[in-house]
Design a protein around this ligand. Structure first.
Ligand code: PEP
Length: 257
């Protein structure tokens, strides 16, 4: 059975004091993993070691919000896989729409980072998603196919379960607008079918997370859908009750699978 995940993307938020309070709340709210749902938080790079320390002994894992495609050397500002592994990071969010739109990351760049993460033993959480105008123009599937093609071309024989895909409609990120469960399911089913390019087992075993204004109040409806395998959560991951509520909704729904 494929794995399920609830992953919090803190974006450029936090402070030593705020992280301490948030993580204490999360550790109290999620004392043990439930129903095999993995939980993780992705703080800014500078906080990664202290967050790894703070969650040690708890079910909470840690991810980075980006990773370099390069190993080491003259790449000012970049952070490679090996350094992330060294400090205890497990996941790397790659190709978040904010990195694509604000920092010019291309599909090819996202693919290279995915290859680097896989080669170095980080679990890549590859983000894909369409803009509002693209959805309105009937281009959603074309956009997602192009984004997936770049990654699939770079990993010719993908190991089932080795990557996580996060479908995040850009119009739903940080806007409070959520795709309805039915709308999200339709797109997730398309993505799963498209992943068959990497083999049937790869398609079946790839967790496809939904992201875009997931909250404790809408999580259960989304997670009840057969092709939604968890959430990538932005704003609500900074609020203990919300993130724990989302995790509990995931455990309830995925426990029924
Ligand atoms: C995100 O940052 O990936 C995200 C989905 O944000 P939000 O949950 O705030 O929409």
């Amino acid at each position: 059975m494929r794995k399920t995940y609830v992953i919090g993307n803190w974006k450029m938020n936090g402070s030593l004091a705020a992280n301490k309070a948030l993580l204490a709340g999360l550790k109290a709210g999620v004392p043990a993993a439930k129903a095999n749902v993995a939980i993780a938080v992705c703080p800014p790079f500078v906080y990664l070691p202290s967050v790894v320390d703070a969650v040690s002994g708890s079910p909470i894992g840690v991810g980075s919000q980006d990773v370099s495609e390069y190993d080491k050397g003259a790449y000012t500002g970049e952070v490679p896989v090996a350094m992330l592994k060294e400090v205890g990071v497990t996941y790397a969010v790659i190709g978040h729409s904010e990195r694509r739109s604000l920092f010019g990351e291309t599909d090819e760049w996202v693919a290279k980072k995915t290859v680097a993460a896989l080669a170095g033993g980080l679990v890549p959480v590859v983000c894909i998603g369409e803009l509002e105008a693209e959805r309105e123009g009937g281009l959603t599937e074309k956009v997602l196919a192009t984004q997936l093609d770049a990654v699939l071309a770079a990993i010719p024989n993908p190991v089932p379960g080795s990557i996580v895909v996060a479908y995040e409609p850009v119009w739903a990120i940080g806007t409070g607008k959520t795709a309805t469960p039915e709308m999200a399911q339709e797109t997730h089913a398309f993505i799963r079918n498209y992943l068959k390019k990497g083999g049937e087992a790869f398609a079946q075993d790839t967790a496809i997370l939904y992201g875009g204004s997931v909250k404790a109040s809408n999580a259960a409806g989304l997670f009840a859908m057969p092709d939604i395998d968890g959430g990538l959560v932005g704003g609500a991951s900074l609020i203990v009750e919300e993130f724990v509520g989302i995790y509990n909704a995931a455990a309830d729904q995925f426990g029924k699978r």
